[in-house]
Ligand binder design. Structure first.
Ligand code: ZN
Length: 318
């Protein structure tokens, strides 16, 4: 066993999207992620909740969406998680440059803290990056249609938050979530979690001159960090309250148990347990194959399925 870290590293990132079929075409079809869970928004079963990840649905590789057909675009700005970065093994950017170009997705070649990356957006304007990360090299990839295993996205590299003032957010990362400040470059400060695996990076961008962001399609709704146990999650709640921050009671999300808080910079953070995971109601091979409903919606399955938009059959360029 490797050393366990009670708290920290990305668990999942959740964003708002518009058309669900285009969302599937982009994240499954283009990026080659596995749709690991189809369910509904537990507060509104007329809307999907789609989870993408690696084969097993591992924490640190889970991108989720609430796709509202016809949703208005959000506004990018401070107080939001703006860039979500996916990790690929070193030597993979050439493949992704060709793949994005072949599919008509505009991108920019950039570098941050010495790592080469491609910056691009999905069809809703969600800001994404593909980063060559040494962390990805030791993790086996899963081939998808048009994406060889060697270049496949392994999971998250990290996220970049745009903030008016970085100090409060920095203190939550270091004092509560187990991160260490490792570098600064221009308006960016990098925080890295010492634990193994993916999703270890949070970059804070001091962007005080920007307007405030607003929720809508193409905007990240919240960023979730891992808790190894209920006790570790509880400890994080105590530490946050000691800083004067409000934290919700634990909520059961079926695949993990969550607490939520608004960090001082305005971004909604979640602390989510690693267990029980996505194989609680489907086998690892079956993950994402059918609509999964919580018990209270099961009696209404037929009408819910009839009212949900279709997920497949939409071309990427539609
Ligand atoms: Zn969440």
């Amino acid at each position: 066993m490797t050393a366990t870290y009670p708290i920290g590293r990305l668990h999942h990132v959740t964003a708002i999207a518009s058309d669900p079929a285009r969302n599937v075409a982009f994240y499954e079809g283009l990026l080659g992620l596995r749709l690991i869970k189809q369910t509904v928004n537990y507060d509104d079963p007329s809307v999907h909740h789609l989870y993408y990840g690696d084969f097993a649905g591992s924490p640190g590789a889970i991108m989720t969406f609430f796709p509202y057909a016809g949703a208005k675009p959000g506004r990018h700005g401070v107080g939001q998680a703006e860039e979500t970065a996916f990790a690929v093994p070193p030597g993979s950017l050439g493949f992704w440059r060709d793949r994005l170009a072949a599919n008509g997705v505009a991108f920019g070649d950039e570098a941050r803290f010495g790592q080469a990356l491609l910056a691009f957006k999905d069809h809703d304007g969600l800001r994404l990056e593909i980063v060559e990360s040494p962390d990805a090299a030791g993790i086996e990839g899963r081939a998808a249609e048009g994406v060889p295993a060697g270049h496949a996205i392994r999971g998250f590299a990290g996220v970049t938050l745009w903030l008016k003032d970085v100090a409060g957010t920095a203190s939550v990362l270091t004092d509560v979530l187990g991160y260490e400040q490792t570098a600064a470059e221009g308006s960016y400060t990098r925080f890295v979690h010492p634990g193994p695996g993916l999703g270890r990076v949070v970059d804070l961008r001091a962007a005080g001159g920007f307007w405030a962001g607003a929720m809508g399609a193409g905007v990240v709704h919240h960023v979730a960090f891992r808790a190894a146990s209920d006790a570790a999650q509880e400890e994080s709640s105590r530490a946050l309250r000691a800083k004067g921050l409000g934290v919700t009671p634990q909520q059961d999300r079926n695949y993990f148990r969550s607490t939520y808080f608004r960090e001082p910079g305005g971004v909604l953070f979640e602390v989510a347990t690693d267990d029980p995971g996505f194989a609680i109601d489907e086998t690892p091979e079956q993950l994402g194959g059918k609509l999964m409903l919580p018990p209270r919606y099961e009696p209404h399955r037929a009408e819910i399925e009839a009212s949900l938009p279709k997920l497949r059959g939409t071309a990427l360029a539609a």
